[in-house]
Ligand binder design. Sequence first.
Ligand code: UT7
Length: 328
Amino acid sequence: MNARCNLLSLSSHVPSQVLTNDDLAKMVDTSDEWITTRTGIKERRRLAATENASDLGCKAALKALDEAGIKASALTHIIAATCTPDSLCPSVACIISGKLGAGAVMAFDVSAACSGFLYGLSLCRSILAQDPAAKILFVCTEALTRRSDWTDRSTCVLFGDGAGACVLTADERPSLAALEDVLCKSDGSLNNLIVVGGGTATQYKQGDTVGSDFFIHMQGREVYRHAVRQMSGICEEILQRNGMGIKDVDLFVPHQANLRIIEAVGSRLDVAPEKVFTNVDRYGNTSSASVPLALAEARAQGRLEPGMRVLMTAFGGGLTVGAALLRF
Ligand code: UT7
């Protein structure tokens, strides 16, 4: 597909509350040493009791609209990627639309867990191919600490909250970055490896107390194995189908789930360590928000000059996996 799909802007937002490894060590039987050596995470953000995923997303969205110079009322689509929506219905996209006063836009959510940014980019590209006049606000936002089981040390140390947003069009006007290609896949036979509860599978009655199924469950070791294999595989595939090699990539921005996974994927792909962007130490795993949050931070640090090519990849519940090439 050769449709033009340009990012006019890119932004992020994280809540102000910082939860350090030492804070967690007061809640569960863990230590800064274990979390740092096994994951590379030092701290993560936690949203306030008064905030929801839509609030984080809205803050990122306002910055993205401002940078793009587009009013909410001019948008044609609002898409939100999340696995921790405020509610099953309405969608986070509709809540954000209402908060922004966007009017009669098409608004809906994408459920692809940590691969949400890549899945959303693929969708935006298809929408722009069908409707080149579309103006899309795409938001990735997560409130994962709301589904963290604070008694389960094997999962609660991993996740954090945050949001990223961008505006996409097929305009010819100068853009921040062009989407060169995106590739997304899944393996539904492994859907039990990462589960975020709170859906209708559990038949709660009013007055029941939530059970452990309400929270994030993950078979960590299995996920780790698949994550390394799937992310490196899909990166090789997208490079190959574009006639590129890793030498054509200026910055590698992988899903920030675990530093060891990032290093293993980087090593399989033979990416020079200085070309691998990481911020997992400060935010942990923010699922769909992870890649746009990393990308926005790389840009803020001056690591994305015009002309540079970025390879992004992510992996998550579903199991889903994706990769994309962006040219700044
Ligand atoms: O977003 C995409 C989805 N998520 C991921 O990509 C996560 C993928 N998986 C991982 O990152 C890793 O598997 C984890 C970080 C979750 C776990 O690391 P691991 O090296 O695979 O540890 P493990 O699960 O094999 O556990 C090793 C030991 C166990 O103790 P025993 O049975 O050996 O006595 C665990 O009980 O570490 C223990 N453990 C902990 N100890 C201290 C597990 N969590 C903790 C903890 N603090 N927080």
